[in-house]
Design a protein around this ligand. Structure first.
Ligand code: C2E
Ligand code: MG
Ligand code: MG
Length: 277
């Protein structure tokens, strides 16, 4: 911009815009500080087989112990981290921590418990994402099957032509892949259903994809059915009650994760639960 300055261009740069860039820069600096100052930590939430009651895997969930605001959930900072790019070093930190933990579990004889990490849109689109994961697995001499990646439905649908080759390379590595937050798009239907409307005018394009959603149970049943027809084991997330668990089991869901089984916990708590201590 300096080149143009004084040549008669008018640059609008309001106080608001300045303070918002300042705020963004400050936030990015805070995130860097979080990373370097050890304010990030992980909690782990196990998932359970609905048929055998065995723990089948553990998901790593990021937390930020903010010096002023206390412990922050991903919803409070991941959007900004995605925007300013800090999601990439955050993700590298998570992968490093999970590899170290897998190594500790391996040393304790637990090689049967895969750990899931969540992959963000921006990380997933990085050119060297796969080689980074491959290098880490190699560095720590870990079986690729001990790592699972959660990729959100939204991410998968955002870049269809780019995604498939990347996913195929991850599969070739031996890392397993899950579609996360599946049906989030459909849940908008549930919201629409709650509105006091009398008529729905469907577009020509959507006639081919009508979905008979009438209540939560039907939605879950429908999603389980989709998983079945895709030949994918279905994991129900966020299960909070026995009746939900029963419904899921009766409708052919394979695994569940949620506070009803276990809330996200520290590694020490997880070890106790697994009787590794
Ligand atoms: P997710 O991958 O779908 O993870 C499950 C979320 O549901 C977690 O929220 C978990 O705490 C919450 N949850 C589990 N059981 C229950 C339940 O019974 N009831 C309710 N109400 N919630 C339950 P959390 O930890 O806040 O994470 C939110 C999202 O942030 C995750 O959703 C994931 O998409 C993202 N995320 C978490 N950690 C990371 C990370 O390390 N990297 C990236 N890129 N994203 C992450
Ligand atoms: Mg997940
Ligand atoms: Mg999810």
């Amino acid at each position: 911009h300096s080149k143009e300055a004084g040549k008669g261009d008018v640059h609008f740069f309001s106080v608001d815009m300045k303070s918002s860039t300042d705020a963004k820069r400050a936030l990015e600096a805070e995130m860097r500080e979080a990373l370097e100052g050890g304010q990030l930590f992980l909690l782990f939430q196990p998932r359970q087989s609905l048929s055998t009651a065995r723990v089948t895997g553990v998901e790593a969930l990021l937390r930020w112990r903010h010096p002023q605001q206390g412990v922050l959930l991903p919803a409070a900072f991941l959007g900004d981290a995605e925007e300013n790019g800090m999601i990439v070093p955050f993700g590298e930190w998570v992968l490093q921590q999970v590899c170290l933990m897998l190594l500790r579990f391996k040393a304790a004889g637990r090689v049967d418990l895969p750990i899931t990490i969540n992959s963000s849109y921006r990380e997933f689109c990085r050119g060297n994402y796969i080689s980074h994961i491959a290098a880490k697995l190699d560095e720590f001499q870990l079986a690729p099957a001990s790592l699972e990646l959660d990729i959100r439905e939204e991410t998968l649908l955002r870049n269809p032509h780019l995604n498939k080759p990347v996913l195929e390379q991850i599969r070739q590595l031996g890392v397993s892949l899950a579609i996360d937050d599946f049906g989030a798009g459909l849940s908008n239907l549930r919201y629409l259903q709650e509105l006091p409307m009398q008529r729905l005018k469907i577009s020509r394009g959507s006639v081919g994809s009508i979905c008979p959603v009438t209540n939560t149970g039907d939605l879950a049943r429908t999603l389980i059915g989709i998983g079945r027809s895709l030949h994918l084991p279905v994991v129900a997330e966020g299960v909070e009650s026995l009746s939900q668990q029963n419904f899921l089991r009766q409708n052919g869901c394979d695994e569940m994760q949620g506070n009803f089984f276990r809330e996200p916990m520290t590694e020490a708590e997880l070890r106790l639960m697994l009787e590794m201590a």
